[in-house]
Design a protein around this ligand. Structure first.
Ligand SMILES: [Zn+2]
Length: 292
């Protein structure tokens, strides 16, 4: 039965982080396998959600509508966010705690694998620590990190009493597995408090000889580039010289053409004057002839 129909966490009152395992052997090795697993768990939780009528369906910003974990971690330390941390997920098996349920005040991290039979990798534990530290920093939380079997309640239906599993002498769940459970406090919480880089691809270590060879190759490439640039400068200088000399020649031609034009105008003017004079003379001759 669902303790609350609310599916939103009050981000100001988040104080728990519950660690789960998938009980699937072997754990996803990398992000590709983890993504495939996430799709399968999403379908599995959909069926579970229908069975228990938990209002687990969210808007699924990360592409998973039903999955009950906020984060998932593969064996190589790569991780996937499957639900936004603003959603309450039903994973801690303590709905009967009511308003104090870990589901309503906590985040779920799944470390993929079956840690009843295999060991989690150090990369998985470091990534879990890093995610917890990231969330604590982002939201100013101080999370109490526990394995699922520590948050789950055993409910005695006959006497209608709730017990922690240890008290009831009966584990409600084996999650997150006997090999991971002791590492929750001894490793994950420790890594959350002490930053430890994981999933960062370190550059390949170059030997001194390789470094020297690389530098020498860079230098000869630069010398080659300088040579090419020098050749280009020489070519451009030559082209410039040709252009300057062409300019001088052309200016001389223009000058000549101007002079010719001016001569033509002069000639045209003279021609006109001669024609007028001849006409006047011929008219005068005509007049004079009448008086003879
Ligand atoms: Zn669990």
């Amino acid at each position: 039965m669902a303790a609350s129909n609310s599916i939103l966490l009050n981000l100001k009152t988040v104080k728990f982080c519950t660690i789960h395992h998938s009980a699937v052997t072997p754990g996803a090795r990398n992000i590709d396998e983890l993504t495939a697993r996430a799709r399968s768990y999403d379908q599995y939780h959909k069926v579970k959600a229908d069975k228990y009528s938990f209002p687990t369906k969210t808007k699924g910003e990360y592409g998973y509508s039903y999955i009950s974990y906020h984060f998932m971690i593969a064996r190589d330390g790569s991780w996937l966010q499957t639900q936004d941390e603003k959603y309450a997920r039903y994973h801690a098996s303590d709905n009967d705690r009511g308003e104090n349920s870990h589901n309503l005040h906590g985040i779920a991290i799944l470390i993929d694998g079956n840690f009843e039979t295999e060991m989690p990798t150090d990369a998985q534990l470091k990534t879990a620590g890093n995610i917890i530290r990231m969330l604590e920093k982002k939201y100013k939380w101080n999370l109490n990190v526990e394995g699922h079997s520590k948050t789950a309640l055993y409910y005695d239906k006959v006497n209608k009493v709730m017990y922690y599993p240890e008290k009831a002498g009966q584990a409600y769940t084996q999650c997150p597995g006997k090999h991971l459970l002791p590492l929750v406090k001894s490793k994950i919480v420790k890594y959350a408090n002490n930053p430890s880089p994981v999933g960062v691809v370190k550059p390949k270590n170059e030997t001194c000889k390789e470094k020297l060879e690389n530098k020498e190759a860079q230098i000869s490439s630069m010398i080659e580039q300088i040579k090419n640039l020098n050749n280009r400068v020489v070519t451009l200088k030559r082209q410039n010289e040709v252009l300057v000399s062409n300019k001088t020649v052309n200016e001389g031609r223009i000058d000549d053409l101007r002079k010719q034009l001016s001569k033509c105008r002069e000639g045209q003017k003279n021609l006109k004057e001669n024609q007028v004079r001849k006409r006047v003379e011929s008219i005068l001759k005509g007049i004079l002839s009448k008086f003879r």
